[in-house]
Design a protein around this ligand. Structure first.
Ligand code: AHG
Ligand code: MN
Ligand code: MN
Length: 334
C-alpha cells in the first residue's frame, strides 16, 4: 500500500477545504522538520552529551535541561527565515521572540513547549514538543504579548510530536486529528492514522495522585468515586496511568480514550494549576475537541478562556467527553 506523506496530506487538505494556504503549509512543514531534528537529538542521549541540566532557570523558575534549551533553539532557528511568522513565544523564553529584521515577516504567531516532560528526559521515557498557531491581528507590524492573548478557539492549527518507541506527529488544522509516523529510512512523516477519535466513555484516568491531600473537594470526590470501582457509585473498575509527560498521556487518550487531569490545588492558591494555557492546555484542548473529546478548566470550556498573560497557568481536565463533563459538573455543584 502506498501511504501519504505529510506534504501530500497538506496539499490535498488545501484543495478540499481551502484551509491550509501556502504560508501555513510552510509553517507546518518547518515545525515538523524541526521536530525531526529534536527527535534526533533526543535519541542520541548520552552519546550526544545532551542529558542533564543546563544550569539555568526558565521564567517559571524551573531548572532547564540541556535538551529544553537545544529544542528551543532548533525551533527558533528553523522558523525565523521562512517569512511565515510575525513572532514566536515559548515556554523557555520570558518575552515574545521577534523575527530578525533581515527576514520578511508573515501573518502567523507560533507558540511552543519545545520539550514537554522534561523530568523524563534522563530516564528515557517518552517526551515531546507541543505547538499552537494563531493569526497575528491585522495591521500589527511588531507583534507584542498582547497580540498572542487570543482564546484557544482562534487557533488555526495545533499539534505535537512524541519522541517515544515510535516518533509521531499529531496534527489538526480544524478538520479532524491525524497522526503521522516518522519513517526514519526515508526521513519523511507518513500518514498512519486519519481522524483519531476519543471514545466518550473510558475506564482509565490520569492524575498525579501524590497531590491528593491538596486537592479541592470536587476533584477529591471525583477521584474517590473512580477508586471505589465496581463497589462504588460508578459501578465499574477504573485503571490509572500517569506518565508525567502531558504529550504522552494525551497521545494515549487520543489513541484509546481516558481522562487527564492536572487540577489547581491548595498548595499555592495563587497558582491556578501547573500547566500553561497558551502552549500546553490550548493546543491539546483543540486536538481533543477535534477528536470528539472535551476539555475544561473545571469551570468553563478551555478554548474559551480569555488569556491574560503569555505564561499563565490553568487547571486542566481533558479527554473522554462523559468523564470531563462529570468532573466539570462536580465543580459547578460545589
Ligand atoms: P514541562 O516538562 O514542559 O515543564 O511539562 C511537564 C508537565 C507535563 O508534561 C506533565 O503532565 C506534568 O508537568 C507533570 O507534572 P508532575 O511532575 O507534577 O507530575
Ligand atoms: Mn510541558
Ligand atoms: Mn517544556
Amino acid at each position: 500500500m502506498r501511504r501519504k506523506t505529510l506534504t501530500q496530506y497538506l496539499i490535498e487538505q488545501q484543495r478540499e477545504f481551502g484551509n491550509i494556504p501556502a504560508e501555513l503549509r510552510l509553517l507546518i512543514e518547518i515545525v515538523s522538520r524541526a521536530c525531526k531534528t529534536i527527535g534526533y537529538n533526543v535519541s542520541k542521549g548520552a552519546l550526544g552529551g545532551v542529558l542533564g541540566s543546563a544550569g539555568s532557570e526558565n521564567v517559571q523558575g524551573e531548572i532547564q535541561k540541556k535538551l529544553d534549551v537545544i529544542s528551543n533553539e532548533i525551533l527558533l532557528e528553523a522558523n525565523e527565515w521562512g517569512g511565515h511568522l510575525a513572532a514566536m513565544a515559548s515556554e523557555e523564553m520570558e518575552q515574545v521572540h521577534h523575527i530578525p529584521n533581515r527576514y520578511p515577516k508573515g501573518e502567523y504567531l507560533l507558540l511552543f513547549d519545545p520539550l514537554d516532560g522534561s523530568s523524563n528526559i534522563d530516564v528515557n521515557v517518552s517526551i515531546g514538543t507541543i505547538f499552537s498557531v494563531l493569526r497575528c491581528p491585522d495591521g500589527v507590524c511588531e507583534a507584542t504579548e498582547q497580540d498572542f492573548l487570543q482564546p484557544g478557539t482562534r487557533q488555526v492549527a495545533a499539534g505535537y510530536a512524541v519522541y517515544g518507541p515510535q516518533t509521531v506527529l499529531v496534527l489538526s488544522t480544524g478538520h479532524g486529528v491525524h497522526c503521522f509516523t516518522l519513517d526514519r529510512e526515508m526521513g519523511s512523516w507518513v500518514l498512519t492514522q486519519e481522524n483519531m477519535r476519543i471514545p466518550e466513555d473510558t475506564k482509565e484516568f490520569a492524575i498525579n495522585a501524590s497531590n491528593s491531600r491538596h486537592w479541592y473537594p470536587p476533584v477529591k470526590r471525583y477521584v474517590d468515586e473512580l477508586l471505589l470501582g465496581a463497589e462504588g457509585p460508578r459501578g465499574k473498575d477504573f485503571n490509572m496511568r500517569w506518565i508525567a509527560s502531558m504529550v504522552a498521556d494525551v497521545h494515549r487518550i487520543l489513541t484509546r480514550g481516558g481522562i487527564f487531569m492536572y487540577p489547581a490545588d491548595a498548595r499555592d492558591p495563587s497558582k491556578p494549576g501547573k500547566l500553561r494555557l497558551m502552549y500546553e492546555a490550548n493546543p491539546m484542548s483543540f486536538l481533543v475537541e477535534q477528536a470528539g473529546g472535551a476539555a475544561t478548566n473545571g469551570a468553563q470550556r478551555m478554548l474559551e478562556v480569555q488569556p491574560t498573560s503569555l505564561h499563565e497557568r490553568v487547571a486542566v481536565f481533558l479527554g473522554s467527553k462523559n468523564e470531563v463533563e462529570r468532573v466539570t459538573g462536580y465543580h459547578r455543584q460545589d
